[in-house]
Design a protein around this ligand. Structure first.
Ligand code: NAP
Length: 248
């Protein structure tokens, strides 16, 4: 089992969905988890309670990642909690938004890039002094980078940027012993995935996947936890598909 005893971890967007499942998995592996959230305070607090009741360590920090000031605030609060060292960042928080090319609104496009690309970039920048030999950064990519599923061109482009950051961050930070990778989920049943909420959508998903069930947050969390851990010590600069064999 993945061992993260005495490691400090920040998971963004840990109140719901895959972030929540990943924070749980990291806490179960022994890490002290900072549960970041945006609006879902009750969900974040229930996760803190659950981790603490299980004997784990957890703190919560709120920040709207659409704002650079809030990103800076998250960085400062993280420093105040962990002190000088952060072992793991899972930059999971993200938003989606479907629109036909003709209907894409510039403001929605900018918001996608602010939350999905700018926020992880500047969280990594702000936390650089806390990362060191053995630290691991895990970003969230998407199947949508590789396959044109739905009307997700703007969202998919933001996740394509994440894959690009993985390569550049890994190359730049590797000499310091810091690894950078991403997981690329297929359709996962969360609040975000409108695809999985209708019979027609579910049929489409099952048709494009080799494995014939709908993916769950708990299918992704162990892969993020693996990448976060020393078991993945020789893996950096890569994006791992976690999609039940989608669009093979
Ligand atoms: N679901 C899928 O099928 C799928 C597939 C591929 C990739 N992904 C990616 O996987 C990641 C997690 O997705 P999910 O499906 O688990 O999403 P989700 O259930 O909708 O949860 C999103 C999380 O991100 C946080 N968040 C969103 N916008 C934020 C903002 N502006 N400021 C702060 N926090 C914000 C939310 O916090 P609050 O609720 O507290 O505001 C929540 O904790 C995302 O990066 C997504 O793009 C998802």
């Amino acid at each position: 089992m993945t061992n993260l005893a005495n490691k400090t971890v920040l998971v963004t967007g840990a109140s719901r969905g895959m972030g929540r499942a990943t924070a749980r998995a990291l806490a179960a592996a022994g890490a002290h988890v900072i549960v970041h959230y945006g609006n879902a305070q009750a969900e974040a607090e229930s996760l803190l309670k659950e981790i603490r009741a299980g004997g784990g360590r957890a703190d919560a920090v709120r920040a709207d990642l659409g704002s650079l000031d809030a990103v800076a605030d998250l960085v400062e609060k993280t420093k105040a909690i962990v002190g000088g060292r952060l072992d793991v960042l899972v930059a999971n928080a993200g938003i989606s938004g479907a629109a036909a090319i003709a209907d894409q609104k510039p403001a929605d496009f900018d918001r996608l890039y602010a939350v999905n690309v700018r926020a992880p970039y500047f969280i990594v920048q702000g936390l650089l002094p806390l990362f060191g030999e053995g630290s691991s950064i895990v970003l969230l990519s998407s199947l949508a980078v590789q396959a044109a599923v739905g009307e997700l061109s703007a969202y998919a482009a933001s996740k394509g940027a994440v894959d690009t950051l993985v390569k550049h961050f890994a190359a730049a930070l590797g000499p310091k012993g810091i690894r950078v990778n991403a997981v690329a989920p297929g359709v996962i049943e969360t609040d975000m995935s409108s695809f999985a909420k209708t019979e027609q959508g579910r049929a489409f998903i099952l048709n494009m996947q080799a494995l014939k069930r709908i993916g769950q947050p708990e299918d992704v969390a162990p892969v993020a936890a693996f990448l976060a851990s020393d078991d993945a010590r020789w893996i950096t600069g890569t994006t791992i598909a976690v999609d039940g064999g989608s669009k093979l």
